[in-house]
Design a protein around this ligand. Structure first.
Ligand code: SF4
Ligand code: MG
Length: 334
């Protein structure tokens, strides 16, 4: 597919009482047109900060220290705040976990749908209402005409998330960023919303960047997966590869911390310990204090990214031998 988003060597840091701390450490990835990249990891791994860096919506003590963010080949970090606001209203859209915080409780759904349409597309109120109804229909909301006059609290959680998606789509984004969009919803509604996002991606040929902690969500929507741990990309690959040949113990741990309904023999095995805080110094591989495969060198030297197969790489010493074999058979080690 055509390259939509290119993030190169992103470093994002926060000024805190403990000094400047890095939340995203030299992370590179891309999203093509018509594909979904899932960024997965436990809370605190840097996945949300990565997406907020792309949107340039970091909290005020956060900033991009270095790296490049390109949208359709155009570097975003040189744009003024005003130009960036335009891009957010047009080519980039974001949906969040809790639509209640993103929707204004005192304004009707209709008002909130019309506003951006009238502002960005310079259409009349009547035309904006018409387009609003069409958008609500597109995201599967029944009786859309009636919904325009309702307030957010009159809708269920699932319906509110659909309204949020309708609002995000109103600007015809080429890239939709979704940060845990279904975490607050019950399982049935979650599946419906994920289906909707998948459908819309295909129909509109959008790129989707999905942030989640849930391997079940990854299995449902991802084309490719990037696993983050303690601010770093530790594994990346096509979704089938990540599920059938996970090559970093942390990825394996994530896979074993969700129940597998298809496999009765499957044993749940949560990852012991916690994600290190931003201010924690850890030598060598940052996962070694939690890793049951840790070797002596893991505690001393941080592993590079080893190529596992085409488009699949993992930052773990366990892949070193494989990678060497690859080299002797003429393949390149990354
Ligand atoms: Fe575990 Fe070592 Fe691999 Fe790190 S490099 S994940 S400690 S085996
Ligand atoms: Mg988050």
């Amino acid at each position: 597919g055509e390259r939509l988003l290119d993030v190169k060597n992103l470093v994002t840091s926060f000024r805190t009482a403990d000094g400047t701390l890095q939340a995203v450490r030299d992370v590179s990835f891309h999203v093509d047109k018509g594909e979904t990249l899932c960024i997965v990891g436990e809370s605190g791994c840097g996945k949300s900060i990565t997406s907020l860096s792309v949107m340039r919506l970091l909290p005020s003590n956060g900033s991009i220290e270095s790296g490049e963010i390109l949208l359709n080949g155009e570097p975003l970090q040189n744009l003024s705040n005003e130009q960036m606001r335009k891009i957010r209203g047009n080519r980039l859209s974001m949906i969040f976990q809790e639509p209640m915080t993103a929707l204004n409780p005192v304004l009707t759904i209709g008002y909130q749908l019309r506003e951006p349409l009238m502002l960005h597309h310079k259409v009349s109120k009547a035309e904006a209402s018409k387009q609003g109804i069409e958008l609500l229909r597109q995201v599967g909301i029944p009786n859309p005409e009636k919904r325009l006059n309702q307030y957010p609290h009159e809708l269920s959680g699932g319906m509110r998330q659909r309204v949020m998606i309708a609002m995000a789509l109103s600007c015809h984004p080429s890239l939709l960023i979704a940060d845990e969009p279904t975490t607050a919803l019950d399982v049935t509604i979650q599946a419906q919303i994920l289906d909707l996002i998948k459908d819309l991606k295909e129909k509109l040929n959008m790129g989707v960047l999905m942030i989640t902690h849930d391997m079940g969500v990854v299995a449902e929507v991802a084309d490719r997966v990037m696993v983050m741990y303690a601010g770093k990309k530790i594994e990346e690959g096509p979704v089938e590869e990540i599920f059938t040949n996970p090559s970093h113990p942390y990825t394996l741990g994530l896979l074993h911390s969700v129940p597998n309904v298809d496999d009765p023999e499957f044993e749940l095995e949560p990852i012991p310990g916690n994600m290190p805080g931003l201010n924690e110094q850890i030598s060598g591989c940052r996962f070694h204090p939690r890793c049951k495969f840790a070797m002596d060198k893991c505690k001393v030297t941080e592993p590079p990214n080893f190529k596992v197969s085409n488009g699949h790489s993992a930052m773990c010493w366990l892949n070193e031998k494989e990678a060497e074999k690859d080299e002797s058979s003429g393949r390149v080690t990354v």
